[in-house]
Design a protein. Sequence first.
Length: 364
Amino acid sequence: MEIFKYMEKYDYEQLVFCQDKESGLKAIIAIHDTTLGPALGGTRMWQYASEEAAIEDALRLARGMTYKNAAAGLNLGGGKTVIIGDARKDKNEAMFRAFGRFIQGLNGRYITAEDVGTTVDDMDIIHEETDFVTGISPSFGSSGNPSPVTAFGVYRGMKAAAKEAFGTDSLEGKVIAIQGVGNVAYNLCKYLHAEGAQLIVTDIHKESVQRAVEEFGAKAVSPEDIYGVECDIYAPCALGATVNDETIKQLKAKVIAGAANNQLKEARHGDIIHEMGIVYAPDYVINAGGVINVADELYGYNRERALKKVEGIYDNIAKVIEISKRDGIPTYLAADRLAEERIERMKNSRSTFLKNGHHILSRR
Ligand SMILES: NC(=O)C1=CN([C@@H]2O[C@H](COP(=O)(O)OP(=O)(O)OC[C@H]3O[C@@H](n4cnc5c(N)ncnc54)[C@H](O)[C@@H]3O)[C@@H](O)[C@H]2O)C=CC1
Ligand SMILES: CC(C)CC(=O)C(=O)O
């Protein structure tokens, strides 16, 4: 990968490599765009196949956060961190303290939170070193684990997509295939089960599958079988790129709506599913609940206010579908249009010079 060429292509601002030998920290912080405000995005801990794969993931995820935050109406830019390592084996306190100091060194250009492989406890350790972290324990007056709120947003967005595909937003009796029953999807299952949906689940961890089978009467299938099951809705809730040449051929669903980031392997896969008549709820619009929730901490956390905003993901998905139909473009492009137009408008509003303008972090 030619890093500068890639950064130039998608207009990234900054890529930071953090190394701490004592704790074993190897982290990559990617800051894509800070037009709207400081870059907010979670920290993923994952055992990547190569350093190149880790860099690519950090970059792709950071850009996704720019679009997510813009489309959600937040005054925040996009960034993300990946820590290279096995979250079940390689974590230690010193690692997250060292990471916190690196974040502090960026002086507010980047604010972190949870993502795959990191928890509220990890954020609390980071908080020992920096204020530029969200999703810390409620005992600090903060919002805690974002996953249940992300799940609520996905549930709301799924209903809006279902309305378009089936003419009703009720999920009662709908068969929903869920890939990955981790933090977000477990909470999503609660909403779907309560509404009377039938769930088909898979995960690479047997215990997670077992819990969904026992608690929600879900049917379990193997990870490779999830794409081809007879269902109404496919909900990708594991990692990215699961909508690709191989899987599209197998899909029976009329709706794709799930929590995972970067669901389309390539943009052209968004075109293909659009042509097939599948209603795709763009990933970064439907899964914005977590970031909306943690971002509320920057104003002094108010759960009621945050949940009200997350409820609005229904309307945001409906708006994206409307733009898609109006302009005759796939929903993933309609979402990009929504986000890009907001960034462009705000860019221009900055032309008025204001010394010491109000800064979002001054409220903390
Ligand atoms: N946690 C949050 O608030 C947010 C999460 N997301 C995204 O949603 C997705 C899920 O996040 P979490 O639930 O927090 O992560 P998690 O790590 O708790 O859950 C992911 C689950 O997927 C499973 N998995 C991984 N690869 C798989 C495969 N090939 N087949 C089947 N299962 C597989 C894992 O074993 C795990 O149980 C991620 O893509 C994340 O980036 C997006 C926005 C916010
Ligand atoms: C987990 C969220 C709090 C932020 C994030 O990184 C995301 O939405 O992907």
